[in-house]
Design a binder for this molecule. Structure first.
Ligand SMILES: [Zn+2]
Length: 207
């Protein structure tokens, strides 16, 4: 079900980079005990530091289920363990949002959905996209030319030299959502190519 067109998990890359730095130091240049301490710090240090510090907070713009923009609120980031995410999410949603996977095109629930409503983060309910900004890109993934609020989404710098694409994640819970490309329609020229499994659709409430 899952394709890996996205980059591998950033935090695991970071750990590998740290370990490589330690490996770059000659053992002859430092006592063995110091070397082992440094290695332990490189492998376990960041994880321990994250566990001890309180979750940081983020500014999120809230939206009603009618799609009305409400106030910006400062809320704690949503941080959960792997087993908690596995319990909450379907296997596909877990693989996509927490492991940066990609669903097969034309298989998700929303690529061909034309109902009017909001698309919220499947992990933390943050409002991400609206049907008002959805367009048929022909790719088989739900596609949007604009986000609901730039505060609610993070676009990361492109990691590919071959094409312009940036990974996009949820500001509040760091869920991987998909990628943004620069070949979208006017007025933004952007194409947010999002996995259905990262979203939860909420039809606009009737008033
Ligand atoms: Zn989220």
């Amino acid at each position: 079900m899952i394709e890996n067109r996205h980059n591998i998990n950033a935090s695991s890359m970071e750990r590998h980079r740290e370990i490589r730095v330690v490996r770059g130091v000659s053992r002859d240049e430092m006592p063995r005990r110091a070397f082992l301490c440094l290695l332990a710090l490189a492998v376990g240090g960041p994880r321990v530091a994250r566990a001890q510090s309180a979750p940081s907070s983020v500014l999120i713009v809230e939206f009603s289920d009618k799609g009305e923009r409400q106030q910006a609120v400062r809320v704690p980031k949503v941080v959960k363990s792997e087993s908690e995410w596995r319990q909450q999410l379907s296997p596909t949603a877990f693989q996509i949002t927490r492991r940066a996977g990609t669903e097969r095109p034309f298989t998700g629930a929303y690529w061909n959905l034309h109902d009017k409503g909001l698309f919220r983060c499947v992990c933390c309910e943050t409002a991400l996209f609206s049907s008002a900004n959805k367009f048929d890109s022909g790719t088989g993934w739900p596609s949007f030319w604009e986000v609901l609020a730039k505060e609610n989404i993070v676009a990361h710098p492109s990691k590919s030299r071959e094409y312009m694409a940036s990974e996009v994640t949820c500001r509040r819970c760091d869920a991987h959502l998909g990628d943004v490309f620069d070949d979208g329609p006017r007025p933004t020229g952007l194409r947010y190519c999002i996995d259905s499994a990262a979203l939860r659709f909420v039809r606009f409430a009737e008033s």
